[in-house]
Write a protein that binds this ligand. Structure first.
Ligand code: AMP
Ligand code: MG
Length: 329
């Protein structure tokens, strides 16, 4: 018998590991193609919404000296970081484009989004969570002078509009995937919970508990993590947010960001993050050129995985990136 895995539970049972294209049966190929149509529709819908709201669409980069430290983040579990020397300098594969976003939004593109490649060599034991892959794509967006409330309204608009359109235009595909009746249009505004209250109520497994309990998408705020998310030093509260989908889990993480030099420096040192990898953002902050922004990143495979009702999000990938498994393609 198969049981769903959760983000936080240990492996307790089998989950089918998605196979590469050449190993799929005819019916599995049909299902793959159907999920592919949902992905195409979702990409077109969301990118159009961002463009129509005045966001510039930036192209991604794969190699940089500076990338997301992914630390400290309670959700991160990286087995190895990929570094390579080019032209006499060490570059890293993109873990996320957060640093690029903050600088691009501050200097040239006030409202921007990127379909950004994220390479995170997740520990092999995450193969069976159903929620982790080692290469994925974020629809990563950032807006200068935006507040948390602004981002929440933007995302709620985007999600509700996407679901309305999907239910109208993709009935056959959703029916094939048995999702036509299970996906409901959410009530707005989405509820907002504080992580501390959830922890007090549910303990360490609060992410799983709130995802199972809710029948609508919910926000969770105040989650301690990387230096670039805004932290109020007086109250100790973090002005950041995750979006959780019902019976599923996290699909988006975001925040209002830090922009002041002293705070960024203090947090980088506090977290034992290597300052030399963040020289540019520190320099710009010191010169007053880093601006207050807010944004977030939607994991496309997670979102489309939720819409399609997949057991493992690698089912949404043409070339599955399951932790611990390397295929020829
Ligand atoms: P993060 O800022 O690390 O939470 O990443 C932003 C979003 O990317 C998350 O909310 C997820 O939707 C997605 N994501 C993060 N890690 C993974 C992973 N290993 N596999 C698939 N999607 C992921
Ligand atoms: Mg997250």
């Amino acid at each position: 018998m198969k049981t769903k895995q959760t983000l936080t539970q240990q492996t307790v049972s089998l989950i089918e590991i998605p196979k590469p294209l050449d190993k799929l049966s005819e019916s599995e190929i049909k299902r793959k193609a159907c999920i592919g149509k949902i992905m195409t529709y979702t990409l077109r819908n969301l990118t159009s919404q961002f463009v129509d709201s005045g966001f510039e669409w930036l192209l991604p980069v794969a190699l940089s000296q500076s990338t997301d430290p992914l630390w400290p983040d309670p959700g991160a579990s990286i087995e190895k970081r990929i570094e390579v020397d080019i032209y006499g300098k060490t570059v890293r594969t993109t873990a996320s484009m957060i640093i690029h976003k903050l600088i691009a939004s501050s200097l040239a593109y006030p409202k921007l989004f990127i379909l950004s490649p994220n390479i995170r060599i997740e520990k092999a034991e995450r193969a069976t969570t159903g929620k982790h892959i080692y290469e994925f794509t974020q629809l990563d967006f950032e807006a200068r002078d935006a507040s948390t409330k602004d981002v929440m309204i933007l995302v709620e608009d985007a999600v509700c509009s996407l679901l309305t359109s999907l239910k109208r235009d993709m009935k056959d595909e959703l029916t094939f995937l048995c999702r036509c009746d299970t996906i409901k249009l959410p009530k707005r505004p989405f509820k907002v919970y504080d992580r501390q209250e959830l922890e007090a109520k549910y303990g360490a497994d609060w992410e799983e508990a709130i995802s199972q309990e809710t029948s609508d998408p919910v926000w969770v705020t105040n989650i301690p993590r990387e230096f670039y998310d805004f932290e109020d030093f007086k109250t100790g509260k973090w002005d950041n947010y995750d979006l959780f989908m019902p019976q599923y889990g996290e699909v988006l993480s975001g925040a209002k960001r830090e922009w002041e030099y002293e705070k960024i420096l203090q947090k980088i040192e506090r977290d034992n993050v290597d300052k030399s990898n963040y020289a540019l953002i520190l320099k710009l902050a010191k010169e007053g050129k880093l601006k207050p922004t807010a944004g977030g990143g939607i994991g496309m495979e997670r979102l489309v995985g939720w819409i399609s009702g997949v057991e493992h999000i690698a089912e949404t990938q043409p070339f599955p990136r399951v932790p611990g498994t390397v295929n020829e393609l």
